[in-house]
Design a protein around this ligand. Structure first.
Ligand code: COA
Ligand code: ZN
Length: 326
């Protein structure tokens, strides 16, 4: 049935808006971010050996890319004080997995490269107030710093071409300014790409995006950059992360960040809940017939081990369900 044909059933209800699941991507990539986004929001310091053990279990589950840690000021995020050790250990033992490090500045980028990260995920926000809270810089200052990070990468080419991605925080709503316009997101994206970045993620830092907002912003970005690989990074404060995922899939987006156990949250976005749980996302994609390289049952086992290992509660539908069958 063509999308514009309106058909009503015998009660006069319009049944023509039939979601055509066959048009969704057949495969999707899921990037595990719990070791960075999840851990950064855990208040008590997780011993380095425990971080490494959880990373090992995640590596076993088949992820092609894992965000391993962040190279940030230990004064801002004490949990990440052992970033260099965690990254170096991870690369030594899981060299084939693409290791991402979040960085907010040149200092972090240099440390991440030296520790062996494959991808530098440079964070800056689409809203001025959140960028200031998170990085103590204006957007313009963060962009100049990003330019410097790109120059450093050129200088260190011998160290096997590091990729630079830009994570555009507060792409839908800002905890301080409210709704963020699609134009504000496009402005940052355009500048980042013109500096030579290899990839992008569009982040719902507050976890308050909804399907209409997600459709409008993601469509605007996709229209302007039809070929660009773009990752969607969703938090689940209002419980709409999976429905937002469906909207994104409908627009052809096929790469998603997620955190095992649904951990996560930006300490500089008050009230934000965790990321969409990896196990919930994998189950959702599976129900839609969308393949990934990740072993669902291994991820679920890791999620269920988290309260015992880390002493934090789960924010995941599947891991919390006592008799989970899919
Ligand atoms: N890694 C480690 N230490 C760093 C660092 C980095 N990337 N950047 C700065 N520092 C250190 C400095 O050496 C300095 O230490 P000192 O006081 O012992 O000399 C201290 O942090 C402050 O340095 P300063 O130059 O004032 O920091 P800054 O203003 O340039 O940058 C940020 C501040 C961005 C580093 C800090 O706000 C930060 O790390 N924010 C974390 C953002 C984050 O992780 N948010 C959640 C994820 S989105
Ligand atoms: Zn996040």
């Amino acid at each position: 049935m063509s999308a514009d044909m309106s058909v009503t059933d015998m009660k006069g209800i319009n049944i023509s808006h039939n979601f055509d699941f066959s048009l969704l991507p057949r495969r999707a990539e899921v990037i595990e971010v719990c070791p960075r986004d999840g851990f950064q929001n855990v208040q008590t310091f997780i011993p380095t050996a425990q971080k490494i053990a959880l990373l090992d279990d995640l590596a076993e589950a088949g992820f092609r890319t894992i965000e391993v840690t962040s190279f940030v000021s230990p004064k801002a995020i004490p949990q990440m004080a052992d970033a260099a050790e965690v990254m170096a250990d991870f690369k030594r033992r899981h060299g084939a997995i693409e290791a991402v490090a979040l960085v907010p500045n040149v200092r972090g980028a240099e440390k991440a490269i030296d520790a062996g990260a494959d991808v530098l995920n440079f964070v800056l926000s689409a809203s001025e107030s959140h960028n200031r809270e998170n990085t103590r810089r204006t957007i313009e200052q963060s962009l100049s710093e990003l330019a410097e990070v790109c120059r450093i990468r050129e200088g260190k080419k011998g160290k096997k071409g590091k990729k630079i991605h830009v994570s555009v925080a507060t792409s839908f709503f800002c905890p301080f300014e409210g709704e963020v316009s699609g134009d504000a997101v496009l402005k940052v994206v355009e500048r980042a790409l013109s500096l030579g970045c290899d990839g992008l993620s569009i982040a719902d830092t507050t976890g308050t995006a909804h399907p209409v907002k997600v459709r409008d912003t993601l469509r605007a970005v996709r229209e302007r950059y039809p070929e660009q690989k773009i990752v969607l990074h969703l938090h689940d404060t209002h419980g709409m992360a999976l429905v937002n995922t469906l909207v994104a899939l409908g627009l052809g987006y096929d790469a998603f960040d997620a955190a095992v156990g649904g951990l996560g949250g930006c300490p500089f976005a008050p009230g934000a809940a965790g990321n969409v749980a990896t196990e919930d996302l994998l189950n959702f994609l599976g129900c839609l017939g969308i393949e990934t390289e990740v072993d669902f049952s291994k991820v679920l086992a890791v999620a269920q081990s988290i309260p015992g290992r880390l002493g934090v509660p789960l924010c995941s539908h599947l891991a919390a369900a006592r008799a989970c069958k899919i």
